[in-house]
Design a protein around this ligand. Structure first.
Ligand SMILES: [Mn+2]
Length: 334
């Protein structure tokens, strides 16, 4: 990783020589990545009016980002043609998430800059890095670049940065003190908080809505020790249903279903459940069940899944038995 020399001198290239610049998001760009890239693209355009700037979106964008990109319009390309004099990778984390752009950047003679809030990794891909691991969003880092340049985001860029910050901070619930300060500064510059909340709302997906309601209808309520364990069966959106059951109040949710000759089980628990029981759903349930039944699985301590060729009933029952081994006898309440 190139040393972080602060934001002074951004974009670290001879402004007069810039003809083509690409601000590149991570694969399947989320709102923080795209909107931060949007504001940085605007900044480069104001610093170098002769330079053509595009936003690179390897592998496209999420559904929400597509909607936001129609509101915050900028020339964008999944794969940029030819080489660029300047590359700015935004919110990328792992450089593999640059997709096709990684190879293009690696072989370029152009200046390569990273703007990020993910932990810095060992890499030689970038010439300069502006990374703040304490930032909740890439938008805060992008705002810091504006401040370092003594520039003020235009109204649209300020709005974009506020929406990016809200997106990555669970609507400010997990924002750091410095993130909150940036949010206030953006509002002082004209960004509208109510509008930001509204524009970040995504349309409900009909299939997901039906799956969640059917999942609730087929609910089985169990108790294991002091813990409420909800289980259900659904052929799709298992993860969404499991999350919804935890949201309803279950400490642990086990949701399984068969489709295309495979049974998929999603597991979700609360942080409180993890803290008190120490049960890691990724290693102790998903990986273990994949091992026992044959299949593959894993995940995080409070969110995991596995799939197997075994049939649905047997799979869910075996998973509940595993829960019993870890928590004590499972008693059905309904
Ligand atoms: Mn981010």
């Amino acid at each position: 990783m190139a040393p972080d020399a602060g934001t002074k001198g951004f974009p670290f290239a001879e402004i007069g020589t810039l003809h083509r610049a690409a601000v590149v998001c991570h694969r399947n760009a989320d709102a923080d990545s795209y909107l931060s890239a949007f504001a940085i693209a605007r900044l480069i355009e104001s610093l170098a009016p002769e330079c053509e700037v595009i936003i690179g979106t390897p592998g496209g964008m999420t559904t929400l980002t597509q909607k936001l990109s129609a509101r915050f319009k900028h020339a964008a390309a999944a794969k940029g043609d030819g080489d660029f004099d300047l590359y700015v990778a935004v919110d990328v984390g792992d450089e593999e998430l640059l997709g096709d752009w990684k190879g293009k950047m690696a072989s370029s003679a152009g200046v390569r800059v990273l703007v990020d809030h993910h932990p810095a990794r060992a890499t030689r891909l970038y010439d300069r890095a502006v990374v703040d691991e304490a930032a909740t969003s890439a938008a805060e880092v992008a705002f810091g670049i504006y401040e370092g340049a003594g520039a003020r985001p235009d109204a649209e860029s300020a709005q974009a940065l506020l929406e990016a910050l809200l997106f990555d901070s669970s609507h400010l619930a997990i924002a750091s003190p410095s993130g909150l300060r940036v949010a206030v500064k953006l509002m002082d510059m004209g960004a509208d908080l109510a509008l930001a909340r509204k524009e970040l709302r995504s349309e409900p997906d009909y299939g997901e809505v039906l799956a969640k309601l059917k999942g609730a209808q087929r609910l089985s309520i169990n108790k294991a020790g002091d813990w409420v364990v909800a289980s259900s069966r659904i052929g799709s959106f298992q993860a969404h249903v499991a999350r919804a059951l935890v949201y309803l109040g279950a400490d642990l949710a086990v949701v399984g279903g068969e489709s295309d000759g495979e049974t998929r089980v999603s597991l979700r628990s609360t942080q409180r459940f993890l803290d008190r029981t120490g049960v890691n759903l990724g290693t102790q349930v998903a990986e273990e069940m994949a091992f026992r039944l044959g299949g593959h699985g894993g995940g995080h301590p409070t969110a995991a899944s596995f799939s197997t060729k075994e049939e649905e009933d047997k799979t869910v029952e075996a998973t509940m038995r595993r829960v019993g081994e870890l928590l004590g006898d499972v008693k059905k309440l309904d």
